[in-house]
Design a protein around this ligand. Structure first.
Ligand code: GLC
Length: 428
């Protein structure tokens, strides 16, 4: 296998990762887009820089929580759209080094991930709402401020692109081998209301050149698809695709990124939390379509995962401990599952994930005569198989009307007390 194929296989095998959105926006605690949404100026935003002091930051806690949840890689925002750098960049003063905390945050994160055996990725924002040469475009916090726009008329994106490239070089030379580079994002076709161009894309970032540099510095790395040129994997955001993803008709590596509550950055008053059950279903759904799930946590301004996030991760971990083999090392199956179920498969083991608990029987088309043994995965307790007789009509207490190639399983009335029940089927 070539290096690239090897990294792809590793990536696919990880299946489940941690996304971390952390920056100055953790302090206002109302989404990582707060500067844009509230049209804040640099001066408005300065207090967050002046008070950034994550005294409880211990990335070993993060890495441990991720590992226990079943995650096998982690991706950290080195810089988000606000422009603040989590490492002491040589080409910027707008970094953690200038805050009361004063110390690099990226290095300890990388070390902690490696100590837990997690793959390491860097999210890096292409957009920058602080850099003095980043033009005021449709996504900029000052997009409606005529005076600011007039002042910014001479900004030169080429100068910013040099800065972007220099920072990516720093990130990919200071911290040893990095597995994933996660750029965000391009919007080449966006225009202002008056029709003038207001987006950014490959020509602004000099994407081909940036990509070549990334690959030269880190030959084994996988790069996502948001540079406005094709990358190694595609990144559906806050939605689950309908099936395995393709590019030009060919299967493509993919990773769904999902939030715990709709916000990426710490969002104190948000109550839209997804249940652990929904999140486990998203993981299973991804694997059944040959994808990964990158699940986000937005740490607080003190550097911790808040109790709601930790409780969710812990519950996912309880499911994971008992069901790891239905997702890790497993992939899609050619068989079509019954309604409200997902199949994953590894060699001759087929995993039936039941998103709702059936009425004692579940009918599996195409599996008649093909299953040697069946058990609940959580406790290895046998599940009875009923062979169907095509000549039998359904009547009274007699089940029938099912083709011989349908296998019927007889389930206990009581749903096992796990987040998502799984039946392991041994195919003959
Ligand atoms: C986005 C957003 C964002 C988040 C992200 C994750 O497009 O701008 O805040 O970081 O993608 O996928």
């Amino acid at each position: 296998m070539t290096d690239a194929r090897l990294s792809e296989a590793r990536f696919r095998d990880w299946r489940f990762g941690l996304f971390v959105h952390w920056g100055l926006y953790s302090l206002p605690a109302r989404q990582e887009w707060v500067k844009n949404h509230e049209r804040l100026t640099d001066a408005d935003y300065q207090p967050y820089f002046d008070h950034f002091e994550p005294d409880l930051y211990d990335p070993r806690d993060w890495a441990r929580a991720a590992r226990q949840a079943g995650m096998r890689y982690a991706v950290l925002t080195t810089k988000h759209h606000e422009g603040f750098c989590l490492w002491d960049s040589a080409v910027s003063d707008y970094t953690v080094a200038g805050t009361p905390w004063g110390k690099d945050l990226v290095g300890p994160f990388v070390e902690a991930c490696r100590a837990e055996g997690l793959g390491v990725g860097f999210y890096h924002s292409l957009i920058d709402w602080h850099h003095p040469e980043f033009p005021i475009d449709v996504e900029h916090p000052q997009r409606d401020d005529a005076e600011a726009k007039a002042k910014a008329a001479g900004r030169d994106i080429a100068v910013y692109a040099d800065y972007l490239h220099a920072q990516v070089r720093e990130l990919l030379t200071r911290y040893g081998p990095i597995d994933i580079m996660w750029f965000d994002f391009s919007y080449p076709d966006r225009r202002f209301a008056d029709g003038t161009p207001g987006g950014k894309g490959r020509d602004d970032w000099r994407s081909e050149e940036l990509m070549a540099m990334v690959r030269e510095l880190q030959p084994g790395i996988l790069v996502n698809d948001r540079l406005d040129i094709p990358g190694d994997f595609v990144t559906p955001e806050q939605y689950q695709p309908a099936g395995p993803m393709t590019r030009n008709g060919e299967p493509v590596l993919w990773e769904a990124c999902q939030t715990l509550n709709g916000s990426w950055g710490y969002d104190r008053d948000n109550l839209d939390w997804k249940s652990p059950e929904l999140l486990v279903r998203m993981l299973v759904d991804s694997v059944s379509k040959d994808g990964n799930l990158l699940l986000n946590v937005g740490p607080t301004g003190r550097g911790e995962f808040d109790p709601r996030a930790l409780a969710t991760l812990a519950e996912i971990g309880r499911w994971f401990r008992l069901h790891e083999r239905s997702v890790r090392g497993a992939g899609p199956s050619d068989l079509t599952p019954p309604p409200d179920c997902r199949y994953t498969q590894r060699d001759d083991r087929l995993y039936l994930h039941l998103f709702s608990w059936p009425m004692q029987h579940v009918h599996l088309p195409g599996l008649g005569g093909r299953v040697k043994y069946a058990q609940l995965l959580n406790d290895a307790s046998e599940i009875h198989r009923v062979a169907n007789d095509p000549d039998q009509t359904a009547q009274n207490t007699q089940m029938g009307g099912l083709p011989v190639d349908t296998l019927t399983l007889e389930l206990p009335i009581q749903r096992p007390d796990v987040t998502v029940p799984v039946i392991e089927l041994f195919l003959s």
